[in-house]
Design a protein around this ligand. Structure first.
Ligand code: MOS
Length: 718
């Protein structure tokens, strides 16, 4: 037994100092194991069979021939699968997407819908049998095309108001000296995380264990327990290392079908999704069509702002990509109207993808602001500064802190914005036309109730256990630093264990709320533990453990507009004879609360900005109207920015301490992508004089625009 106090090893100030990932060595040496590669004795392998039709009914699943194939153990489908509970609202306030609640009926609502799971002794046997399984269907006609003014579009329900309306829009537009009215579109985008979804399910006595790759073990445990009518205490979900999530790694067909098979066979069953299967099973960012009307005085001050966004969802589940929501935070106007509409098509259900709503919404509104700046003859940075609101434009609530102006000032200084010639098409470097662009971004800064276990060990070290997820963000490291400061000890004396639902309830890694929510719980636990470690306290061999719960503290937070902000700057080179666009440099300055670990924070922000380049220039999942499926659903057909596409990106931040957070954190997972695509598109306009209102800005679009005569106005609207 040793005697210690928390303060005895005091080293202040780990938060804010760069720290390499605590699990970095394990990852680069291969010691860190991912869900699809952890060995289990007696493991069987499931392979999902997806529908080949786009809409209709399953007539027959011809299991008999497949059951005779080598190694095949069972075939699960709607005719023999257990019935699941699906009429409930889960932990995140939404019912389960029926794509996850597999094999419940004979309906096929979209191409690539899971119709069966073939389980065999090896993955190869499972795959061969899955490919041999004959499923016959009755086909029905389908509609998979999102178009503006779709007759079936409706105002979205859900937790966020679909529509907001303040003032008299038409009157203010009529009174405006300058009006910008345009339509913008963004395509379907895929998360494209490195590690596809994978789960192993097994029964250990009376406990169901699921070893998974997900963004929230508490959440997935709760959903599985409810769906399968199990006592949550008898379900354990673990997810230790995750090769990216970006919103896609929630409850999906792989966990549910693995649990079904493990229950039927009473042995461990693993289901791994293939890259191609992700395109219909793992969610995606819906395409959007957005309409914007801005009206302003000659000096660029907004009198009228209207932002309408339409996204698609499936016929079985409503998912809203709230493109118009970012306008409720960024800009005020005498008349202000926003609307998020949705239309049900015969397509897979979209889902959250990095900055859901803000990413495509900011492309539209921030391009429109640039068009307004051009028309008013006001510098785009100055235009934004002139339109900074005092309070929430729609809510009227105060901002917890809003340092967007500081971001623009610092960004403009470092980017060299003052030297910019506002006229487009005036700078040239050989065959390249050069241009620069800017855009604003914001993303919500929230926190959700979480619990943390904290143990003072007998050897003087500390162990944090929290059901957090590190999806590549560096969460484990951030929590190590937060715990070290809260305990007034060195990070080396803190061990952080995450990704296990047995550690109690915690927020998911999502909504840029993970680190803040978990750090709050860890800080609260440390405060409690320190009261238990009075000088001279003896620590027994099993240590002294406390558990925190932030439900009450977070519930007591005052209603405010809580957001992170960013100012994005990009320089591009455009060759209008080939249509090629190259981003030459990019700078993002963010006001995103206290930065816990500058090393991984920069990585997050640069990652978001990189995705912005990718969104602006490359990413587009193309659906074939006839088959309802994708052309080339893989990483050869779906282009993401590669090293050669990405120049030096600089991301930095201004001081921004959240006054209502115990550590001062806001959250940085998503704000890095917001506005990034618009900054690139605005730079393309500045280089060429052509507005691109449809993403991605492909070479054919640049080329086609360059072949129009100036009399056409040069807008690439076709
Ligand atoms: Mo994120 S789209 O909240 O994982």
């Amino acid at each position: 037994m040793t005697t210690t106090t928390a303060a005895s090893a005091a080293v202040r100030g780990a938060v804010g100092v760069a720290h390499t990932r605590v699990e970095g060595r394990a990852k680069v040496t291969g010691a860190a194991r991912y869900a699809g590669e952890i060995p289990f004795a007696g493991l069987a392998h499931g392979w999902l069979v997806l529908s080949t039709i786009t809409r209709g009914r399953i007539r027959d699943v011809e299991t008999a021939p497949v059951l005779d194939m080598p190694g095949v153990l069972t075939v699960l489908h709607h005719g023999n699968a257990p019935r699941l509970k699906t009429d409930y609202v889960g932990l995140l306030g939404v019912p389960p997407d029926p794509t996850a609640a597999v094999f419940q009926d004979d309906g096929v609502p979209h191409a690539g819908w899971p119709v069966a799971l073939v389980v065999a002794e090896t993955p190869e046997e499972a795959r061969e049998a899955a490919e041999a399984l004959v499923v016959t269907y009755e086909e029905e006609p389908h509609d998979t095309a999102l178009v503006a003014d779709h007759p079936d579009a409706y105002a979205a329900s859900g937790h966020m108001p679909a529509e907001t309306d303040k003032g008299d829009l038409e009157t203010q537009l009529a009174a405006s000296a300058v009006v910008v009215e345009a339509e913008y579109t963004t395509p379907e985008e895929q998360h494209s995380m490195m590690e596809p979804h994978a789960a192993t399910a097994l029964w250990d006595g009376g406990t169901l264990e699921v070893v998974d790759s997900n963004q929230g073990v508490s959440w997935v445990r709760s959903e599985l327990a409810t769906m399968f009518s199990l006592d949550p205490a008898s379900v354990r979900v673990r997810s230790e290392h995750i090769g990216g999530g970006f919103g896609s790694k929630g409850l999906r067909a792989h966990q549910v079908s693995a649990v079904m098979a493990a229950t039927a066979l009473r042995r461990p069953v693993r289901v791994v999704l293939t890259r191609r299967q992700l395109f219909s099973l793992a969610g995606y960012r819906s395409p959007t069509t957005q309409r914007i009307r801005l009206g302003a005085d000659p000096d660029g001050r907004l009198r009228a702002l209207e932002h309408r966004s339409l996204n698609q969802t499936s016929t079985v589940y409503e998912f809203v990509e709230p493109g118009a929501a970012v306008a409720r935070v960024l800009y005020d106007a005498d008349a202000h109207r926003t609307a998020n509409h949705v239309v049900r098509l015969d397509v897979p259900t979209p889902t959250w993808m990095r900055a859901p709503g803000e990413a495509p919404g900011s492309f539209a509104i921030e391009t429109a602001l640039d068009e307004l700046a051009e028309r008013c003859g006001v510098d785009p940075v100055e235009l934004r500064l002139r339109n900074e609101p005092e309070v929430g434009p729609v809510s009227g609530l105060p901002f917890s802190s809003r340092n967007l102006t500081a971001c623009f000032r610092e960004g403009a200084r470092r980017f060299g914005w003052a030297d910019r010639d506002p006229r487009p098409g005036t700078r040239r470097d050989g065959r390249w036309l050069l241009g620069t662009g800017t855009a604003a971004g914001s993303y919500g800064a929230g926190a959700a109730p979480s619990t943390a276990l904290l143990t003072a060990e007998a050897d003087g070290s500390f162990t944090v256990r929290i059901a957090a997820a590190d999806i590549g963000t560096g969460a484990r490291t951030a929590l190590t630093l937060v715990a070290a400061d809260a305990l007034e000890t060195a990070p080396e004396r803190v061990r952080v264990r995450i990704g296990d639902s047995d550690f109690g309830h915690a927020m998911i890694a999502g909504g840029s709320m993970g680190t803040r929510s978990w750090a709050w719980a860890v800080t609260a636990a440390a405060a409690e533990l320190r009261t238990r470690l009075a000088p001279g306290t003896s620590i027994p061999p099993e240590g002294i453990t406390v558990q925190s719960d932030t439900t009450e503290a977070i519930g007591a937070l005052a209603q405010k507009e809580r957001h992170s902000y960013g100012a994005q700057f990009a320089e591009v080179a455009v060759d209008v004879s080939t249509g090629e666009v190259r981003v030459r440099r990019m700078l993002g300055i963010f006001a995103a609360g206290r930065i816990v670990n500058p090393l991984t924070a920069r990585n997050q922000l640069v990652g978001g900005m990189t995705w912005g380049i990718s969104m602006a220039l490359h990413e587009e999942a193309v659906r074939d109207r006839n088959t309802g499926g994708h052309y080339a659903p893989d990483l050869a057909g779906y282009h993401v920015a590669t090293h050669a596409d990405v120049p030096d990106i600089e991301a930095d931040w201004v001081d921004d301490h959240d006054p209502d957070d115990p550590v001062g954190i806001k959250g940085i997972g998503e704000v890095g992508i917001v506005g990034a695509a618009a900054a690139v598109a605005n730079a393309v306009w500045h280089a060429t004089g052509v507005r691109h209102r449809h993403l991605p800005i492909r070479p054919d679009r640049v080329l086609e625009a360059s072949m129009r005569t100036p009399a056409d106005g040069g807008a690439a609207d076709a």
